[in-house]
Design a protein around this ligand. Structure first.
Ligand code: NAD
Length: 292
């Protein structure tokens, strides 16, 4: 069994605790047992689970796993602390807010012989699975994915990073990408921002990725993917929720990694994809904000 702590008790952290308290029967999620949570506030038990201090979590032998569920800005430092202490880490996406730090963290995990996972619930969604089936074996001519949603919460980073779920879709559907051009429109007084990234596939097909956020914008994805013989312009209507929740599926995958049930080849493939996405986001952010 792997004793775990959850760091950050917001939406994602609370779901992590809930799922570890009632893991999918017969699945690798049963390998995990919740030992405590870490919060900056002093709190009583949550879902029957006690608060622990950071130093306790880092030093206790019965705690070997950390789930990092804080706002994006705090991921890097927290993940590093736990990896340095020899703990396995599952961090909510995006792992970090720059590519270089993610490479360092992965090196650290490998040096210490522990598992590092970046959660990717968007790859478990019915929409993604539907698209993946449609796109399989097709040749893209050009495409666009336009995401809209409410204003970004503070401490969640630039649009390119907070939109990692959309970029991961594009990479998993169309292969390795490069950034041709990226622009940003921002109206801080109205909490509005829009990034437009012009991406290219390996065979130079154009993919436009737009992240647009502002007060009152509906949470929606609009697609337009043109293939040789057909065009996809709509995602299917929302499917009824599957029997197994998205975070639970992610937990099962993490448990399987801890139990040594995932091949090295698969672990390496996932690592390459995560780092590729973060490198694209880094490039887009440097282009739009002149960062580093
Ligand atoms: P949230 O704002 O609800 O929760 C973040 C929590 O972390 C807050 O309670 C905050 O007080 C706490 N926190 C911040 N820094 C901390 C620290 N140093 N120590 C302890 N606690 C700390 O946000 P959320 O929606 O739960 O998102 C958290 C992470 O999960 C983000 O990285 C997000 O991208 C990811 N995520 C969320 C969802 C979702 O459905 N909410 C889905 C996928 C991924």
């Amino acid at each position: 069994m792997f004793g775990a702590v959850v760091v950050g008790l917001g939406v994602a952290g609370s779901v992590r605790i809930r799922d570890m308290l009632a893991p999918l029967p017969g699945s690798a999620a049963e390998k995990l047992t919740i030992k405590g949570f870490i919060s900056r506030r002093s709190m009583g038990p949550q879902q029957g689970v006690e608060q622990v201090s950071v130093s306790d979590a880092l030093n206790r032998d019965d705690i070997s796993v950390a789930f990092v569920c804080t706002e994006n800005e705090a991921h890097e430092e927290t993940v590093r602390q736990f990896l340095e202490a020899g703990k396995h880490v599952c961090v909510e996406y995006p792992m970090t807010l720059n590519y270089k730090a993610a490479v360092e963290l992965w090196d650290l995990a490998e040096k210490n012989g522990v598992i590092l996972q970046e959660e990717h619930i968007e790859l478990f969604t019915a929409d993604y699975k539907w698209l993946k089936e449609k796109v399989e074996g097709q040749r893209l001519q050009e495409g666009a994915l336009h995401f809209t949603g409410g204003s970004l919460k503070p401490r969640f980073g630039f649009l390119a990073f907070s939109g990692i779920a959309r970029l991961t879709w594009l990479v998993e559907l169309f292969g390795w990408l490069s950034v041709n051009k990226a622009t940003i429109e921002e109206d801080p007084n109205n909490n509005y921002s829009k990034m437009t990234a012009h991406l290219l596939t390996k065979d130079n097909r154009s993919l436009t990725w737009i992240e647009e956020r502002g007060p009152g914008l509906p949470r929606a994805k609009n697609i337009n993917f043109k293939f040789d013989s057909f065009t996809l312009t709509e995602l299917p209507p929302p499917a009824s929720r599957g029997a197994v929740g998205l975070f639970m599926q992610d937990l099962v995958l993490f448990g399987a990694k801890l139990a040594g049930q995932v091949s090295l080849e698969e672990l390496q493939r996932e690592k390459r994809r995560v780092l590729h996405c973060l490198s694209l986001e880094d490039k887009q952010t440097r282009t739009t904000h002149g960062r580093r």
